[in-house]
Design a protein around this ligand. Sequence first.
Ligand code: HEC
Length: 190
Amino acid sequence: MKRFTIAIALSAFLSSPAIADEDMSARVMKYRSAIKSLVMSLKSELKTALRAGGAVNALSVCHTKAESISSKVSKQVGFSVKRTSLKPRNSNNAPDDWERAVLEQFEQRKAQGENPKRLEFVEVVENNGQRQVRYMKAIPTRGVCLRCHGSEIAPKVMNKLQELYPNDKATGFKVGDLRGAFSITETLSK
Ligand code: HEC
């Protein structure tokens, strides 16, 4: 299967025999905009929750709403949009084999000096006899994320995290680290 690495050269995927070049570019635009919708929904939910009751309250909101927000956006756009990470907080967000390989590729590309904000990858894969376009975009850690994903988390927040996510792996991040990635799967009709 041919691999395309958008961040290195947009033209890299233009030689795809599986999908015409202009079609693939249009898809990638569509995926980026679906991710923007998800980011906006998550952000507004997080802001409201933080304002209403600080980080401890916001945790409960994320806990109950993050997955349903992803499902809602996925329904709206007609393909699956979710978040994943090599160090997930919610084990439902653990990567599958394809996602893990891409997350590792992002870590390598970042180590080689690529801008984490621009890390993307798209590939056409065969899954149980179905053709799928799979796309990922990296999520860098920002300052505001450290309250719940950093290495100096307030004890109250830490207690709540341990209660909600006994297998939490998503702490100890620094600004600029890759917190994870958005992951899109679109099944192509034959
Ligand atoms: C108020 C606390 C809080 C803040 C602030 C916060 N997060 Fe999270 N984050 C969570 C919780 C809780 C989850 C688990 C959600 C779930 O159950 O699906 C999570 C999950 C995630 C996931 C999904 C993968 C996983 O680990 O399960 C990503 C990616 C993520 N956060 C990135 C960020 C980024 C980037 C920022 C900053 C822009 C941020 N978070 C800020 C609490 C927070």
